[in-house]
Design a protein around this ligand. Structure first.
Ligand code: SF4
Ligand code: SF4
Length: 499
């Protein structure tokens, strides 16, 4: 393992310098030139918005992020009213309001940044656990019992097994989450490396995506899944041999019926070399695998990997067609250890809205359907059911497990933790203005690998504390006890209706 990785993995986290929260606040507090620096606002505001450094005459610029906004006007300490020179103004920040979308509201983005910077959990009923999409996980809530008794987090397990079969390697991860495939080309090498470091630190996994396996990930190989997708970009025997898990990507929930695509500007010479392609040409992966038209063909695929690397677990990533439960059973009998259902709420800005919204069934329907069918077939305890596609928060992940999943794969939540503002520019031109989903050398430089890795680790820590608190309130000791507990869920669309 390289020196930098060892240092980072051994370090204590939770101390990421705030780069985003400082600049992005819900409210804007402005102090006019008429301020006489009397210091009254500093003594009044209990949230620390106003500050003057000892020995200095002038007040510091207001710390907007700490301000609770115009609702403060009912308080006796409201600085705007008290200021003797009427120099203060508190107003909504238009930049904040312009961020995100109904699935990733500005509040949810800011809350995720806060978790990434502090590692602290959100309250289980925090308003940012839900967004405004009007569907999907926003329409489901968990009945959370009141806090009780003494809470001993060290006695509660959030670990899950990724191999439920009686034979084969035992692979256990400490949290019910791993990072999804984002290829080199779709994201920067820095992003890939930060994900791999965080996966190693938290004993979980990240995935190469379909753009090949950059050498800099080799020190983290025990926590990197090799993905094989329809374009077979960068697929080599050595990358299959080094993996503990090999994932076949048959389809993506955000683009069912379509292969991946990388537009020409992001296909730099370095990316093209990895993919054995021509630089600055658009790369479209076919759909489907043209070698697989039956479950027998699928079995041959898995047998091929098994022959190359008999020690690897086999994961099969599919979208959620109407007969997804038959696909899951077929994959199990073909030899898959992990059946990975990918729903349509996820995807980067590269995923076309028309595909996301109109093809395949919603993931919250697909999970219980597959879970129950596997039970009926008597093979549920031999399959690891993983799902992905739009799980944004610790509570979304808990809901997915209640619906019947063993664990969850995340993508967008990781990007947001690293500083994504959900501008949907991932695929355009030079790519991500935040330097995350880009191969542009200048844009990439905005992000330091150690601090991006720490942000991810902090997010995982924050989530783990939330799951442990939830399990404690439910009198559970292991996250596996949550699986299939749809009785704990409520459908918010029709009041009182249970799933
Ligand atoms: S109370 Fe008004 S005048 Fe006094 S320091 Fe604050 S903003 Fe300036
Ligand atoms: S371009 Fe960057 S900031 Fe914008 S949505 Fe994509 S990853 Fe997020």
């Amino acid at each position: 393992m390289c020196a930098m990785s060892t240092e980072i993995i051994d370090e204590d986290f939770n101390a990421v310098p705030s780069m985003l929260l400082k600049r992005m606040a819900r409210y804007r507090v402005t102090r006019a030139d008429s301020c006489i620096n009397c210091g009254l606002c500093e003594s009044l505001c209990p949230y620390g918005v106003h500050r003057r450094v000892e020995g200095h005459v002038k007040m510091l610029p207001p710390a907007d992020a700490k301000c609770i906004g115009p609702t403060c006007s009912s308080n006796t300490f409201y600085c705007v009213k008290a200021c003797p020179t009427q120099s203060l103004l508190v107003s909504p920040n238009p930049v904040f309001a312009s961020m995100g979308d109904p699935r990733w509201t500005p509040d949810m983005i800011i809350a995720t940044w806060k978790q990434a910077e502090t590692g602290q959990p959100l309250p289980l009923d925090h308003y940012a656990q839900h967004a405004n999409s009007g569907g999907g996980f926003d329409r489901i809530s968990i009945q959370i019992p009141a806090a009780k008794g003494s809470f001993r987090p060290e006695e509660i397990s959030t670990a899950i097994d990724l191999n439920h079969r009686k034979y084969g390697p035992r692979v256990k991860i400490d949290i019910p989450v791993y990072g999804g495939g984002m290829s080199f080309g779709s994201v920067s090498k820095r992003t890939m490396l930060a994900k791999a470091i965080a996966a190693t630190k938290w004993n979980t996994f990240t995935c190469t995506g379909e753009g090949g396996y950059p050498d800099m990930l080799i020190p983290y190989k025990d926590h990197v899944i090799t993905q094989i997708a329809t374009g077979l970009f960068g697929v080599r025997e050595e990358t299959i041999k080094r993996a503990r898990i090999v994932e076949f990507k048959y389809a993506q929930g955000a683009k069912p019926g379509l292969g991946g695509h990388l537009l020409y500007e992001k296909n730099t010479p370095e990316v093209a070399k990895m993919r054995e392609a021509v630089p600055y040409t658009s790369l479209f992966s076919p759909f489907p695998f043209h070698s697989v038209y039956s479950v027998e063909d699928h079995k041959k695929h898995l047998d091929w990997i098994n022959a190359v690397n008999p020690k690897a677990l086999l994961s099969v990533k599919v979208s959620t067609p109407n007969d997804v439960e038959m696909v899951a059973v077929g994959s199990y009998y073909a030899g898959a250890n992990i059946v990975h259902l990918d729903g349509g709420y996820g995807g980067t800005g590269a995923a076309p809205e028309i595909a996301k919204k109109n093809i395949a069934q919603p993931i919250e329907y697909a999970i219980p359907k597959v879970h129950r069918f596997l039970e009926k077939e008597g093979i549920r305890e031999d399959v690891t059911l993983i799902c992905s596609g739009g799980m944004r928060t610790a509570m979304d992940i808990a809901k997915a497990i209640c619906l019947g999943a063993d664990g969850v794969v995340i993508g967008t939540a990781e990007m947001v933790a690293m500083g994504c503002v959900r501008c949907a520019n991932c695929e355009s031109g030079r790519g991500c203005p935040r330097g995350i989903a880009t191969t542009d050398k200048e844009l990439e430089l905005q992000n330091e690998i150690p601090s991006q890795a720490k942000r991810l680790c902090n997010l995982y820590q924050s989530w783990q504390m939330q799951w442990k608190e939830l399990l404690h309130r439910l009198d559970m000791k292991d996250i596996a006890e949550l699986r299939g507990r749809t009785d704990l869920l409520r459908y918010n669309g029709t009041p009182g209706r249970m799933l």
